[in-house]
Ligand binder design. Structure first.
Ligand code: GLP
Length: 262
């Protein structure tokens, strides 16, 4: 898992947009994996800017989103379907986009259908991920075991609380979702994970410990052959402090050792 720390949120969005630009240049008919949440909004804005400037063409590409609330109507302003149309799909020329269907009558059947659709498309070339404060990716919440394919899940209370800011007081917030499983995510050929803002500093630090915490779903990405994590300095705050302290200690140890020898 590669790590790139950049100064600001805008730098992270530009770097992520560069990855998408490169991907589409190399393979115009790429299958793109996309995510929701506040983190990727700046990336989507940047992709739209590049598309408007004629630097990006999505006409041969198609996409699959990570997850969707369940149940939820496509036109509900808080549905991920609505979010994606508002921030990206209505503004670019993507040939086809898919999300798990939050309106499906049978959630389990919809999960199987979504997996087949992804596999029929040849799998995902480039997947975008954000991370929850508890380390969730998609809606794979911390658990003892994780799903391989798309699954109907119950959200952790902390995720419901974190996302409640988007729902009005009179709106019912879904507590369930349909999400690609960890296995599905691990099958993506290339992955980029964006971690930004001070609020994510703690989980970013945990993710980069030299361990696989099985209760941090994002830790599985350490086993993926081509994952790059982009962080801004705010999210990398604890990592930077820790590594600087480590460096100072190492210098001190070397100085003591060479002093002793001298
Ligand atoms: C939701 C989504 C995740 C996203 C997470 C973080 O729970 N299901 O895919 O990564 O939120 O969102 P934010 O970027 O707003 O912190």
């Amino acid at each position: 898992m590669r790590r790139i720390i950049l100064d600001t949120y805008e730098d992270v969005c530009r770097a992520a947009a560069d990855v998408y630009t490169e991907q589409l240049k190399e393979k115009p008919n790429s299958v793109l994996g996309l995510a929701t949440g506040s983190t990727p909004i700046g990336l989507y804005d940047e992709l739209v800017r590049r598309y408007d400037a004629g630097a990006l063409d999505f006409s041969k590409a198609r996409s699959f989103n990570l997850d969707e609330y369940y149940p939820i109507k496509k036109d509900h302003p808080q549905s991920y379907n609505y979010f994606m149309r508002k921030h990206l799909f209505d503004k670019i020329n993507i040939s086809k986009y898919s999300l798990p269907n939050g309106e499906a009558a049978d959630a389990e059947a919809e999960c199987l259908r979504y997996d087949v659709e992804i596999s029929d498309a040849g799998g995902i070339d480039l997947m975008l991920l954000g991370i929850g404060h508890n380390g969730h990716i998609g809606f794979n919440e911390p658990a003892v075991s994780y799903p391989m394919g798309t699954t109907h899940v119950e959200l952790a209370k902390s995720s419901v609380d974190a996302n409640s800011r988007f729902f009005g007081l009179d709106e019912t917030q879904p507590t369930e979702a349909l999400t690609m499983g960890i296995g599905e995510i691990m099958r993506c050929k290339k992955i980029i994970l964006l971690i930004t803002g001070e609020g994510k500093a703690e989980i970013a630090m945990k993710l980069f410990e030299r361990k696989i915490h099985t209760d941090i779903p994002a830790c599985f990405l350490k086993l993926h052959p081509d994952t790059t994590v982009f962080l801004d300095r705010a999210a990398a705050r604890d990592i930077i402090v820790f590594e600087e302290a480590l460096k100072r200690e190492r210098i001190k140890a070397v100085q003591e050792w060479t002093g002793l020898r001298g």
